[in-house]
Design a protein around this ligand. Structure first.
Ligand SMILES: C[C@@H](CNC(N)=O)C(=O)O
Ligand SMILES: [Zn+2]
Ligand SMILES: [Zn+2]
Ligand SMILES: [Zn+2]
Length: 520
């Protein structure tokens, strides 16, 4: 019987876990419109010990509760950001937002859980890398978090470590890179092996889909032709370099009998490849990110080097200005399923490592604070999706895919009290001058969005109160993500039975056979 998230209790022996949350204050949220991914309804909520204890009307609750009047507001499950890189050692530096500033910014934007990536160096034990990331995160996170693990090299030890990570460390997802040839990239046969093992472990294979060989060749050509600025980054990785790798990854996974999750889907053409594969019945998930939904790649041509370099990430933001709207359309109709941010931020002096050579600009942009407002503004306020779909793509589907639903991603009795009181009509203007992130640049600078959190509750603690943020470092906990997610693996077993290899019984060939000539 697959274990569910409810069964996986995190027993903390680590000294750094924040104090016992069972002393949480009692909270009573009344008069709001509760929005889950499948329905919305008017009801009140009672929270105690970090858990939702009652949902309904005319509730009888104990005294001493803090009451929040959510009249006229949406009451939604806290956002889950499936894709962050806090304090990630990368391209000669370390990303500027760490697990404190990153999770603080997440809460400021209405996200109450992030899933970050353990990225081992080539040859480094995956287990050692996991413990390193745990040590960084547990002491600093202000909200709950999970971990994916990148597979940046392949061998028997890697396979053993992947099994241990699934069985003992609460990991159920592994990312392979088809780009970053110099550091993380695997070749197709290795990718097949990783996907096949993921399938046996009932873990989710994830992929960074770009053709790393073509990127290396095109980059060298461009530099040789004197293109050294950030515009070279975009030209070295055109859409078809992402599209081809997306198609190849889906084929490799399907041949391995495995599902596959394509991270940071940045282009119309790769989104179409995913949509087509899903229509053909393949088990594929597509993750667009705040950056690709909220802005475009024209900024690579900005005359200000810092501005252009501030938009450098991989796969690149696309110059086609219809891309954000197109990705949002596919997200609205479930051709794409859920969203992250790939938040991997670098200050001007860090981006400047590549001031004379675009291949050395650390790749990555912000998003963790603005994802929910961007999707509300560009998705809900445009009439492309309704509030239930908004909850699906910002929270519920992530919880289902990573097998922590309904502990996370739903407002229901027994679920964690990760709740946001959301004002769908209020607006805020995004700026690096006012954001809570540590980075000195914001790719959404000046953008005014409808959709603002007024209260944010994480693990039962009110960390945003009438718009005022008051987070606690170390309050967040590591959330184990169990293997065998129903929405990922629910149909794989049956397919295996149907897809058995065929053997034809036939009489042996008895005719002449030519002499084999040794190669001279
Ligand atoms: C290295 C990491 C973040 N950087 C990026 N996407 O540009 C990733 O590729 O997801
Ligand atoms: Zn990536
Ligand atoms: Zn500038
Ligand atoms: Zn990433």
């Amino acid at each position: 019987e697959p274990i569910t998230a409810h069964d996986v209790r995190f027993t903390s022996a680590e000294p750094w876990v924040a104090g016992d949350r069972s002393a949480q204050s009692r909270v009573f949220i009344k008069n709001g419109l509760i929005v889950n991914d499948d329905q919305s309804f008017h009801a009140d909520i009672y929270i105690e010990d970090g858990v939702i204890k009652q949902v309904g009307t005319n509730l009888v609750i104990p005294g001493g509760a803090r009451t929040i009047d959510a009249r006229g507001k949406f009451v939604i499950p806290g956002g889950i950001d499936t894709h962050t890189h806090f304090q990630m050692p990368f391209m000669g530096t370390v990303s500027a937002d760490d697990f404190y500033s990153g999770t603080k910014a997440a809460l400021a934007g209405g996200t109450t859980m992030i899933i970050d990536f353990v990225i081992p160096q080539r040859g480094e034990s995956l287990l050692d890398a996991y413990e390193k990331w745990r040590g960084w995160a547990d002491a600093k996170v202000c909200c709950d978090y999970g971990l994916h693990v990148a597979v940046t090299w392949w061998g028997d030890q890697v396979a053993k470590d992947m099994e241990s990570l699934c069985n003992e460390k609460g990991v159920n997802s592994f990312k392979v890179f088809m780009a970053y040839k110099e550091s993380f990239m695997l070749e197709d046969p290795e990718i097949y092996s990783v996907f096949k093992l993921c399938k046996e472990l009932k873990a989710l294979p994830m992929v960074h889909a770009e053709n790393g060989h073509l990127i290396e060749i095109k980059s060298r050509e461009l530099l040789h032709q004197g293109v050294v600025g950030p515009e070279g980054h975009l030209q070295s990785r055109p859409e078809e370099v992402e599209e081809e790798a997306t198609s190849r990854a889906i084929t490799i996974a399907d041949q391995a009998g495995a599902p596959v999750y394509v991270v940071h889907v940045m282009s119309k053409s790769s989104a179409n490849v995913i949509a087509k594969a899903r229509r053909e019945g393949k088990i594929v998930f597509g993750e667009p990110i705040a950056a690709g939904l909220g802005t475009d790649g024209s900024h690579h041509y900005n005359k200000c080097w810092r501005h252009a370099a501030g938009h450098v990430m991989a796969p690149p933001l696309r110059a086609d200005p219809t891309t954000p709207g197109y990705l949002m359309d596919l997200l609205a109709n479930n051709d794409l399923q859920l969203t992250g941010t790939d938040n991997c931020t670098f200050n001007a002096d860090q981006k400047a490592i590549g001031k004379d050579n675009f291949t050395r600009i650390p790749n990555g942009v912000n998003g963790v604070e603005d994802r929910m407002s961007i999707i509300w503004e560009k998705g809900v306020y445009t009439g492309k999706m309704d509030p239930c779909r908004f909850v699906a793509v910002t929270s519920a589907t992530a919880a289902k895919v990573f097998n922590i639903y309904p502990k996370k991603g739903r407002i229901a009795v027994g679920s964690d009290a990760d709740i946001v009181i959301w004002n769908g009509e209020a607006t805020r203007t995004i700026s690096a001058k006012t954001h809570h992130q540590a980075v000195d640049f914001n790719i959404f600078e000046g953008l005014t969005c409808h959709g603002v959190p007024e209260y944010v509750i994480t693990g039962g603690s009110i960390v945003m109160d009438e718009g005022q943020l008051k987070v606690t470092q170390g309050l967040g906990r590591f959330v184990p993500t169990p293997v065998n997610s129903q929405c990922v693996y629910g149909r794989v077993g049956t397919r295996d039975k149907i897809r058995q290899p065929e053997i034809v019984e036939r009489d042996p060939y008895t005719g002449p056979v030519v002499e084999i000539k040794e190669e001279d």
